[in-house]
Ligand binder design. Structure first.
Ligand code: C2O
Ligand code: CU
Ligand code: CU
Length: 508
């Protein structure tokens, strides 16, 4: 087929599939990754600019699917871009060959189709997929394009069995924030100030819904929670009858911890995940506790976004990086997140196993140290090593299979930056200079928080902090990729990412 015909056919079949009614329910949105034939990216509410993923399988269409994969399962399907803007589908946290990773080197034009085929090599855990077309990422993720991918393996199954989880007591949740007026979600229209500090909403969505509630049975509830807010950090806690309910951290971005850790609250910043066990004995409200957000960078910086977006309108006609309206929501404000209605008889709550994972940690004692700095200045905005993003730049190269310690310093005149590494998990080895709201939680060796104790792909640096990360460039699960490959390291505050706080590097 010639390209023209192919595109025509793709659009015709897209139009045909739009007439097929959705299976009525959004209750069971789980779809096995191996069954997805096409993943359509579409704008379904043009007025507010809301968008969604639709998975098409032999059995029908599921909007905003939660993809399930066993370790070793394959995805072979087509991404169909039905948006009026370029997009990509980046599988955040997975280790994939460059052509499958959707990292934004090649975006999919409006109306175009891209075929992907890959195997899931990573450990069990909550991963996710979202757009990564540079300059459009913040707007598209905010519009609702943040899909969950739950990977399972033997460790994961053993944990569920040990917790004796009642039916329905395991939930995967994507949390985000939106601006509302009279209960209606407003379009994305960040001011200049929002483009510098990040877009914040006044209300939380859980799995796309305001005032989300789920019914669970008494007993353990296992929650895998992702923060997909463009910029808002969450200090996650649970309240029952006015009192905080302690919970157990079981895992982080890249899978289960060695051992569970009990906490009262835990930070969950943009793109981070927590896997937790919560004792449910009465109705529970999940919230973000108030904290000092430590925004220490003031002033203005030019916006780079306009140039990247030239020729494409916003999803809902709002201006991007325009004039500041008064009264924008604040970072660190208390915010209700979702509720669990606990219904039923008596609970069985077996002890949580003392050992959760069979993964042995890598040793970084002799690994070479690579130093980086996060800075702010009024000419460039927030940058890594004084260098705004350039698509064709490669900041450094790393030999495949090696280990490195990344020593990253966030300047004191700064704000919190959730830094994300593509393709490889890392360990937080040590924090230094932590102060303020995180210091109280830094109760583990190396001034680490409970949420630092597992495999991570995104980690927060507070202003003035230095972190030492142990990065393992070995491929997981027997994966074998040939040749060199480009990866990205960037801030996952999405206005910072689109604002050039990102660099490419290669693994050779
Ligand atoms: Cu969640 Cu570079 O992405
Ligand atoms: Cu990523
Ligand atoms: Cu940032």
């Amino acid at each position: 087929m010639k390209r023209r015909e192919f595109l025509g056919a793709a659009i015709a079949s897209l139009a045909a599939s739009c007439r097929t009614p959705l299976p009525e329910d959004a209750k069971d949105r789980r779809v096995r990754i191996g069954e997805v034939r096409r993943l359509v990216v579409e704008r379904h509410e043009p007025l507010a600019g809301r968008c969604r993923y639709v998975a098409e399988t032999a059995a029908g269409r599921v909007a905003q699917p939660v993809l399930l994969a066993r370790r070793g399962e394959r995805f072979t399907g087509a991404i169909v871009n039905a948006l009026p803007q370029p997009t990509t589908v980046h599988f955040h946290g997975l280790t994939l060959p460059e052509a499958q990773d959707g990292a934004g080197f090649d975006s999919i034009a409006p109306g175009a189709v891209k075929t992907l085929a890959f195997e899931v090599h990573n450990r069990s855990g909550l991963y996710w997929f979202h757009p990564h077309a540079h300059g459009f990422t913040a707007e598209q993720v905010h519009a609702g394009l943040a899909g969950l991918l739950v990977v399972t393996d033997e460790d994961d199954a053993a944990l569920d069995a040990a917790l004796a989880l009642p039916q329905g007591n395991r939930l995967a949740l994507a949390l985000s924030d939106v601006r509302t007026a009279e209960g209606t979600i407003q379009p994305y229209a960040p001011s200049e100030e929002d483009c510098l500090h990040g877009w914040l909403g006044d209300r939380a969505l859980a799995n796309g819904a305001l005032d989300f509630r789920a019914a669970v049975a008494p007993g353990w509830v296992r929650l895998q929670i992702l923060n997909t807010c463009n910029a808002r950090g969450l200090l996650l806690a649970f309240r029952q009858g006015g009192k905080l309910v302690p919970f157990h951290v079981l895992g982080t971005d890249g899978g289960l911890l060695a051992a569970p850790v009990e906490v009262q609250s835990a930070f969950l910043h943009s793109a981070e995940r927590l896997d937790i066990a919560l004792p449910a004995q009465g109705d529970i409200e999940a919230l973000s506790l108030p904290f000092d957000p430590r925004h220490h960078a003031h002033g203005k910086a030019p916006s780079h976004v306009h140039a990247l977006r030239s020729g494409y309108a916003p999803l809902a006609g709002g201006a991007i990086c325009g004039n500041s309206p008064p009264g924008a929501p604040h970072d660190g404000a208390e915010m209700p997140l979702f509720r669990l209605d606990v219904k039923g008889g008596k609970a069985s709550m077996p002890a949580i196993p003392p050992r959760l994972s069979t993964l042995s940690p890598a040793d970084f004692a002799d690994a070479p140290v690579r130093r980086m700095r996060l800075d702010f200045d009024e000419r460039t905005g927030f940058v890594i090593d004084q260098t705004p993003y350039r698509r064709d730049e490669l900041a450094f190269s790393v030999p495949r299979g090696s280990r490195e310690v990344w020593q990253i310093r966030n300047s004191p005149i700064s704000m919190p930056h959730p830094m994300h590494l593509h393709g490889f998990g890392f360990r937080v080895l040590r924090r230094q200079g932590t102060f303020g709201p995180a210091q109280r939680l830094a109760a583990h060796s190396g001034a680490r928080l409970a949420s630092d104790l597992g495999v991570k792909d995104t980690v927060l640096l507070w202003p003035n902090e230095t972190l030492w990360l142990g990065v393992d460039f070995a491929l997981p699960g027997g994966a074998a990729f040939a040749g060199s490959q480009r990866y990205m390291f960037h801030c996952h505050n999405l206005e910072h990412e689109d604002g050039m706080m990102m660099r490419n590097f290669e693994v050779v």
